[in-house]
Design a protein around this ligand. Structure first.
Ligand SMILES: Cc1cc2nc3c(=O)[nH]c(=O)nc-3n(C[C@H](O)[C@H](O)[C@H](O)COP(=O)(O)O)c2cc1C
Length: 357
C-alpha cells in the first residue's frame, strides 16, 4: 500500500475495498450535494494571520471535552454501518482511536454492540442516540451506555427523517447482510419489542421530536447530553436553556438538508450566542490540521471527523484510523507553530484573516 501523506490520499485506497453502493452511501450527500461541497469550501476560503518571532518551541496541543483531557481537539463522529468499511466494524475504529486516545462517538445504528466496542476501547466513548418512538428502547440504550462506561449521550436531532440521498435511491441501497446490533435484544432487561432491522428506513424513528425530548433525556441520565445537528444561534440558545452540556454544529456531513450552510460559516454566530454557556463542537469537511485550528479559533472546543476515518478504516483497519488521526495531529501541530500559537488557549479570532463568509 502506498503511504498516504495526507488524509485525502486514504480515499482512493479505501474505495477499492468497499462495494460501489456502500461507497456511495459513505461519500454521498443529499440532493445536489451543495451543502456537502460547501462544508469543505468554507474551510478553503478561510485564511490565517500568522504571527512570527514567537517562541513556539514548546507546544501543548491538548484540551478537554466535558472535563476529559484529550491529546488535541479532535473526536470521531458517529457513523453507522461501519462493517461496510471493515469486517470488524466499529470495534476496529475503536482500536484505532484508542491507539491515539481520541474520543469516539458510537452510532445507534452501529454494526457492533455498544458493549463490544466498550470492551476493546481504551479511548473515551460517547454514545450517539437516535430516538425511537418507543421510549422504553431509548431508555434501555441509555442505561446500557451508562453501564458500559460511555461518558456522554450525543442526541442527534437533524435526522428525524432521512435526507434525500439520491445516490442511495438510485442504488436501491439496502444493507441486507448487516444488523443494527444495538437494537437486537439479547438481555433480560430488554423491552418487549425485538428489533432487528437491517436498514434505517425500517427502524421505528421518532418523527415528532421536540425540545421536550432533550428534557426527557436529561431527566433519565446522569451523563451529559450533547445535542448534535444544530446550525443556528436560536437553536443553540434553546439547547442551553434545556440543559445541554454541549452541541455539535453539524449538517450531518451534507447528508440531510441540502442548502443548509457550511458549519464553519455559522460557527461564529453560535459561539457568540452560547460560547460561554456550553461546549461547542463542529463537524463537516474537516480534512486538514489547519481546519481544526480555524474551527477552534472561531469558537469550537473540538472538531469531529466522519468520512476521513472511514477511509482510514476501509484502507487499513485500525492502523488506517490511527494514521488518519496522527496525520491530522501533525498538521495541526505544524499549523499552530506556523501561526505562532503555543496552545489552544491562544487560538482566538485574531488568527483568522477573513471570517468564512
Ligand atoms: C457513512 C456515514 C454515516 C453516518 N451515520 C451517522 C449516524 O449514525 N449518526 C449521526 O449522528 N451522524 C451520522 N453521520 C454524520 C456524521 O456524524 C457527521 O456529522 C459527518 O460525517 C461529518 O462530516 P464529514 O464526513 O465531512 O467529516 C454519518 C456520516 C456518514 C458519512
Amino acid at each position: 500500500m502506498p503511504v498516504p501523506v495526507n488524509i485525502f490520499e486514504f480515499e482512493p485506497l479505501a474505495r477499492v475495498n468497499v462495494e460501489a453502493t456502500a461507497w456511495d452511501y459513505i461519500s454521498g450527500g443529499a440532493e445536489d450535494e451543495i451543502t456537502l461541497r460547501e462544508n469543505r469550501a468554507a474551510f478553503e476560503r478561510t485564511f490565517l494571520r500568522p504571527r512570527y518571532l514567537v517562541d513556539i518551541s514548546e507546544r501543548d496541543l491538548s484540551t478537554t471535552v466535558l472535563g476529559t483531557k484529550i491529546p488535541f481537539p479532535l473526536m470521531l463522529c458517529p457513523a453507522g454501518y461501519q462493517k461496510l468499511a471493515h469486517p470488524e466494524g466499529e470495534c476496529e475504529t475503536a482500536r484505532g482511536a484508542s491507539a491515539v486516545g481520541i474520543p469516539m462517538h458510537l452510532s445507534t445504528v452501529a454494526t457492533r454492540t455498544l458493549e463490544d466496542v466498550a470492551r476493546v476501547a481504551t479511548c473515551p466513548l460517547w454514545y450517539q442516540l437516535y430516538m425511537m418512538n418507543d421510549k422504553g428502547i431509548n431508555e434501555w440504550l441509555v442505561r446500557r451506555a451508562e453501564r458500559s462506561g460511555y461518558r456522554a449521550i450525543v442526541f442527534t436531532v437533524d435526522a428525524m427523517v432521512t435526507g434525500n440521498r439520491e445516490r442511495d435511491k438510485r442504488n436501491e441501497l439496502s444493507f441486507a447482510a448487516l444488523h443494527v446490533e444495538n437494537l437486537i435484544t439479547r438481555t433480560d432487561d430488554a423491552p418487549d419489542k425485538i428489533i432487528s432491522a437491517t436498514h434505517y428506513h425500517e427502524l421505528p424513528w421518532q418523527e415528532n421530536l421536540s425540545w421536550r425530548d432533550v428534557e426527557w433525556l436529561r431527566q433519565r441520565t446522569s451523563l451529559p447530553v450533547v445535542v448534535k445537528g444544530l446550525l443556528t444561534a436560536e437553536d443553540a440558545l434553546l439547547a442551553a436553556e434545556h440543559g445541554a452540556a454541549g452541541i455539535v454544529v453539524s449538517n450531518h456531513g451534507g447528508r440531510q438538508l441540502d442548502g443548509a450552510p457550511a458549519t464553519l460559516d455559522v460557527l461564529p454566530e453560535i459561539a457568540d450566542a452560547v460560547g460561554s454557556k456550553m461546549e461547542i463542537y463542529l463537524d463537516g469537511g474537516v480534512r486538514r490540521g489547519a481546519d481544526i485550528l480555524k474551527a477552534v479559533a472561531l469558537g469550537a472546543r473540538a472538531v469531529c471527523i466522519g468520512r476521513p476515518y472511514l477511509w482510514g478504516l476501509a484502507a487499513d483497519g485500525a492502523r488506517g484510523v490511527q494514521r488518519v488521526i496522527e496525520i491530522l495531529r501533525a498538521e495541526f501541530d505544524m499549523a499552530m507553530a506556523l501561526t505562532g500559537r503555543r496552545n489552544v488557549a491562544e487560538l482566538d479570532r485574531s488568527v483568522i484573516w477573513k471570517p468564512g463568509k
